[in-house]
Structure formats: structure tokens, C-alpha cells
Design a binder for this molecule. Structure first.
Ligand code: NAP
Ligand code: GDP
Length: 343
């Protein structure tokens, strides 16, 4: 039986990166498309996964044997702060529908996507896979964090009760082509790229939110895509894996802004709006487990190499410049909570 791999959220930042890697890597290699595989990249237009019937219809249409589950209501710090209930409720509903439909239809394996937001705030560094449930998450994103933590709980429950092969990845902050470049609701890199683009075009200052001092580990979407393909093919344990550059390779938001200024050759004023939140100062995550497992399964294959940050950032800025008209520059307002007052 050929494998049918359904990628939910397949038209987003990570979904598009997986599609890119499958076609740019040589066929039948570690990361390239393999004979007998059919990959389906589903957009929300094919089904709203918050809705059980639409989720079942999507699965009935494609009959996946494997699922990479990326679909989520996703945003940066400021969206997480503003939409805690949407983040909690939409993501719980999406995850519940995808995991349960996968179980009911006999999907052989599901790799879901968590985030380092799941980790407790103020825990002794570094963040490691066995520390997820040791305390409450940071207050700025508890809705999103608890919805994502529940995927790990569900994976264990499906495994223990029904022997399902469900697992998850935990990426740090992701950036790359095809991101959501919304000015308010996106993550920091796409948000700042869009802001710098407009500052250059309009001759206005480039305004960075917060002090610029917080540190983040950034992972380029094409690198992350390889890790997802590896995890789907070569990892069968329920425990999640952190997908990241090394814990000491975090960079400050100020440095990110500096590199974006350089990539755009922006000559105007750069300002830090310290009235805006910095969010968590630092959340260094260990990639020790990932690197060890990739190495152990490597046989005579090459070791995993991360794209240097400056190179990935330049590629992303170039892509945004080249695709400004069609790039996602606004959050789809799917995430609005419909209450009896607004229905
Ligand atoms: P993204 O570009 O926004 O992609 C997410 C996709 O989910 C969207 O393209 C959207 O599809 C789909 N989606 C949202 N709501 C949906 C719904 N109700 N029904 C069906 N599809 C829906 O975000 P991403 O960065 O690729 O995120 C992929 C995964 O990585 C997510 O699980 C996210 O939580 C996780 N993650 C992201 C980051 C980051 O820094 N970006 C960090 C850690 C973890 P359409 O575009 O077709 O509407
Ligand atoms: P996080 O890594 O989950 O906290 O999410 P973000 O990708 O949203 O990064 C948030 C950090 O970037 C905080 O320190 C913000 O103050 C800072 N930041 C600076 N400018 C921006 C911006 O335009 N958008 C976002 N989302 N964050 C920004």
C-alpha cells in the first residue's frame, strides 16, 4: 500500500517548507520524496479543522496513512496576549478533531507540532523534553501553551489506551518564506521584515517593539522541514523532540532588527518602543536529544547542518521583497471567538 501523508496547515510557513524540501532534495533520499509516497498539503479552504464534520470529510477524501499536523491558530507575542481564549479554544478543537479522526480512521502515525511556549515559565534552563509539565507557562501565552501541552497529554493517552503511534515536535521560533507577515499578529521576524520594508518605502522610522534585549533561538523553516520529514520516517517514540539550533545560539531581538536593516540596506532611524512588552526574556532550549537521535540514525548519511541565521534571514527578506503583492500580510480572521453576542 502506498503511503498518503496528509500535512494539515500545509499552505503555511512550515507546510510550504516541507513541500520545498521534498522537491529540492534528490528523490528517494533522507529528505527527498520517496517512491510510493503521496503528499497532500491541505489548506483551511479544504476544511476548517475546528469543525468535526469538515475534518472527517478531509480524511475521507484523502485517506491518509500518515499525518504531519501543523494546522493551528498561530501568532506572535502580541496576538497570544490579545486572543487567549481563541488560542486555547480553536487549537484544542483543531487538535482534538485531527487526533481523534486519525485514531478512528486507522492513521499509522501522527507527528503534531507543539512550541517552546509549552514550557513552564522560570524553569531552570535549559528547556528539555522532560520539563514540559513541571509548572505553569508564561502568562503572556497561556491559552496557546495549554492547548499545545494537551497534545502531548493526548499523544500519551492515545498510545496507552489504543497503541497509536502519535508523537510531536517542539520547534523554537521559526522564520522563512511563506510566513504570515502581519504587522501586529505575526512573530517577530516576519513582523519586523514587513515594518522595515514599509519604513524604507515611506521614509519613516523602523520601530521595534520592546527593548530589543530579549533572546530567541530562531530556526529556518527549511531546516525544520527536514527535521519533520526525519521524525515522520525515523522516530517512533511518543516523547516529543525539541527542534532547534543550540541553546547558546540564541540572538537578541536588537540583533535581528540590525540584520533586517542590513538586508534591506535601510538608512533611516531605528527606534525601540519600550512601552511594548518584551515577553519572556530568554527560553534556551536544548537540541541535544535531536542531534543525538539524528546522528544515531544517520548510518553513512551526512550530519544535520543548520542554515546560518544571517543567510536564512537574507533569503527570507529577499523572498518578501520579491513576493510582496502575494505574501500573507494579514491574519485570517478565522480565529475570532464566536459568542452568542457576536454570532
Ligand atoms: P502558519 O504559517 O500560520 O500555518 C498554520 C496553518 O494552519 C495556516 O496556513 C492555516 O491554513 C492553518 N489553519 C489555521 N487554522 C485552521 C483551521 N481552523 N482549519 C484548517 N487549517 C487551519 O503557521 P506555522 O508557523 O507554519 O505553524 C505551523 C505549526 O508550527 C503550528 O502548529 C504552530 O503552532 C507551530 N509553531 C510555529 C512557530 C513559529 O514561530 N511560527 C513556533 C513554534 C511552533 P490556511 O493558510 O490555509 O488558512
Ligand atoms: P515569542 O518568541 O513566542 O515571544 O514570540 P515573537 O516571535 O512574537 O517574539 C516576541 C519578541 O520580539 C518580544 O521580545 C517582542 O517584544 C519582540 N518584538 C519586537 N518587535 C516585534 C514585532 O514587530 N512583532 C512581534 N511579534 N514581536 C516583536
Amino acid at each position: 500500500m502506498p503511503d498518503v501523508i496528509l500535512v494539515t496547515g500545509g499552505h503555511g510557513l512550515v507546510g510550504k517548507a516541507i513541500e520545498h524540501v521534498l522537491v529540492t532534495e534528490a528523490p528517494n533520499t533522507r529528505y527527498g520524496r520517496r517512491d510510493g509516497e503521496t503528499w497532500v498539503f491541505a489548506s483551511s479552504k479544504e476544511g476548517d479543522l475546528r469543525n468535526e464534520a469538515e475534518t472527517k470529510a478531509l480524511f475521507a477524501k484523502y485517506k491518509p496513512t500518515h499525518v504531519i499536523h501543523l494546522a493551528a491558530l498561530v501568532g506572535g507575542l502580541f496576538m497570544n496576549m490579545k486572543q487567549k481564549l481563541s488560542m486555547l479554544r480553536d487549537n484544542i478543537n483543531i487538535n482534538n478533531n485531527v487526533l481523534h479522526t486519525s485514531y478512528e480512521t486507522g492513521v499509522e502515525k501522527v507527528v503534531s507540532c507543539l512550541s517552546t511556549c509549552v514550557f513552564p515559565d522560570g524553569i531552570t534552563p535549559p528547556l528539555r523534553e522532560d520539563k514540559i509539565h513541571l509548572g505553569p507557562p508564561h502568562d503572556s501565552n497561556f491559552g496557546y501553551a495549554y492547548a499545545k501541552r494537551l497534545v502531548d497529554i493526548a499523544n500519551h493517552a492515545y498510545r496507552e489506551q489504543f497503541n497509536c503511534n502519535f508523537t510531536a515536535a517542539i520547534p523554537t521560533n521559526i522564520y522563512g518564506t511563506h510566513d504570515n507577515f502581519d504587522l501586529e499578529d505575526s512573530h517577530v521576524i516576519p513582523g519586523l521584515i514587513h515594518k522595515c520594508y514599509l519604513a524604507k518605502k515611506n521614509g519613516t522610522p523602523f520601530v521595534v517593539a520592546g527593548t530589543g534585549k530579549p533572546l530567541r533561538q530562531f530556526v529556518f523553516s527549511y531546516d525544520l522541514a527536514k527535521m519533520f520529514i526525519w521524525q515522520l520516517r525515523e522516530y517512533d517514540d511518543v516523547e516529543p523532540i525539541i527542534f532547534s539550533v543550540g541553546e547558546n545560539e540564541d540572538v537578541s531581538i536588537g540583533y535581528v532588527a540590525e540584520q533586517i536593516v542590513k538586508a534591506f540596506d535601510f538608512k533611516g532611524e531605528v527606534k525601540f518602543d519600550t512601552s511594548k512588552s518584551d515577553g519572556q526574556f530568554r527560553k534556551p532550549a536544548s537540541n541535544e536529544k535531536l542531534l543525538r537521535l539524528v546522528r544515531e540514525t544517520s548510518k553513512d548519511q551526512e550530519e544535520f547542518q543548520f542554515t546560518p541565521f544571517e543567510q536564512g534571514l537574507n533569503e527570507t527578506v529577499q523572498w518578501f521583497n520579491d513576493n510582496y503583492e502575494t505574501a500573507r500580510r494579514g491574519q485570517v480572521k478565522r480565529g475570532q471567538v464566536v459568542t452568542s453576542a457576536t454570532a
